[in-house]
Write a protein that binds this ligand. Structure first.
Ligand SMILES: Cc1cc2nc3c(=O)[nH]c(=O)nc-3n(C[C@H](O)[C@H](O)[C@H](O)COP(=O)(O)OP(=O)(O)OC[C@H]3O[C@@H](n4cnc5c(N)ncnc54)[C@H](O)[C@@H]3O)c2cc1C
Ligand code: FES
Length: 316
């Protein structure tokens, strides 16, 4: 009888690869057979390592001037990506990835077309989890940290795991928002976060003020906390995005007595705990050792994370 493995390295068929806005693309990857069963268990916050080494570079005329040096750079290693959506049906699993074209590997990814095959390792790492007794999940996404938050929010909404859900998402500008969105009557709607069994409140922030709060995404989060009197032990903060944002969310959690989970980003050479190159510094588990800064410990982002409790991380 078939015994499902937890992870593996499988070929995936590209089902689509389309631009979403300046610099962002959405890619669909379909798995069949044993891989379909394994990828059906993909948890929000886990990631894949994709082999892009043999994928062609785009036409040099289409490469933005600031990325021209990427044309000369060889890529030897796979690249890590979160997923933003998982679809399962009889015998097939499809994962969607939203990626920013910022270097040699991700520029190559833009040339993939339906029917192409990519070798994909996953699901990798430890994703987000839902502790007991939480009634309110506040999910904070910054820039390309949005994809796993979209996956987490829709998973919680579909499974009824938590009755009160709110997403706070920040981007450089509305055009740079890595979510599917539509504008109607001057209101931006994140189309994939609507019509779900549990409604999701959405708060937007942009660096240039093109929509929503003009400034950091943590400002609407703090306003939300000031307006609600939900007991702190019933709330959970989730975050994925740039490290200063993760640090701010973790600090808000500590200050308000709210548990937080943050998805850390590190350069990952192997993704499977072999190279020891993706360390995250953590405070000692025992409170008795926390006064001495030398008592910190290191865990591997690819295997023990990328999701860690915010209160445990020693941010740089
Ligand atoms: C767990 C995890 C999940 C990720 N999920 C996504 C995702 O959903 N969508 C997405 O677009 N990207 C994601 N990334 C980042 C993605 O892996 C990099 O953008 C990609 O490897 C860049 O490869 P490149 O060859 O195109 O560019 P490179 O030349 O390798 O990088 C371009 C620039 O980005 C910086 N950079 C690259 N990777 C990282 C990193 N891991 N941490 C900090 N800085 C980095 C480099 O220092 C460089 O300045 C994720 C990374 C991790 C670790
Ligand atoms: S990326 Fe190699 S150990 Fe984590």
């Amino acid at each position: 009888m078939f015994s499902p493995k937890k992870k593996g390295d499988y070929p995936a068929v590209v089902t689509f690869n389309r631009p979403m806005g300046p610099g962002y693309y959405r890619l669909g990857l379909e798995f069949s057979g044993e891989a379909a069963q394994i990828f059906a268990g993909f948890m929000p916050g886990q990631f894949v390592e994709i082999d892009i080494t043999t994928t062609a570079m785009p036409d040099p005329a289409k490469i933005p001037a600031h990325l021209e040096d990427a044309m000369t750079r060889q890529i030897l290693l796979r690249r890590p990506f979160s997923i933003c959506a998982l679809h399962t049906e009889q015998g097939k699993s499809t994962i969607d990835i939203i990626y920013a074209a910022i270097g040699p590997a991700t520029l190559r990814l833009t040339t993939c077309k339906p029917g192409d095959i990519l070798q994909v390792m996953g699901p990798l790492g430890q994703g987000f989890w839902m502790p007991e007794n939480k009634t309110t999940a506040l999910m904070v996404a910054g820039g390309v940290g949005a994809p796993p938050m979209r996956h987490l929010a829709t998973t919680l909404a579909q499974h009824g795991a938590c009755p009160n859900l709110a997403v706070f998402t920040g981007a450089r500008s509305l055009d740079n928002l890595p979510f599917e969105w539509q504008k109607s009557d001057d209101t931006v709607v994140l189309t994939e976060l609507t019509d779900l069994p549990t409604p999701i409140e959405v708060h937007l922030a942009t660096d240039d003020g093109s929509y929503g709060h003009h400034g950091l995404v943590t400002a609407p989060l703090l306003e939300w906390l000031a307006r609600h009197d939900t007991p702190e032990e019933n709330m959970i903060l989730y975050a994925c995005g740039p490290e200063p944002m993760l640090k701010a969310v973790a600090q808000i959690g500590v200050k308000h007595g709210i548990d937080s989970q943050v998805s850390m980003e590190r350069r990952m050479a192997c993704g499977i705990n072999l190279c020891q190159g993706c360390a995250v510094e953590l405070k000692p588990a025992c409170a008795c050792q926390q006064d001495n800064p030398e008592n910190t410990l290191y865990k591997m982002c690819c295997q023990d994370g990328p999701v860690f409790e915010g209160k445990d991380v020693v941010f740089s």
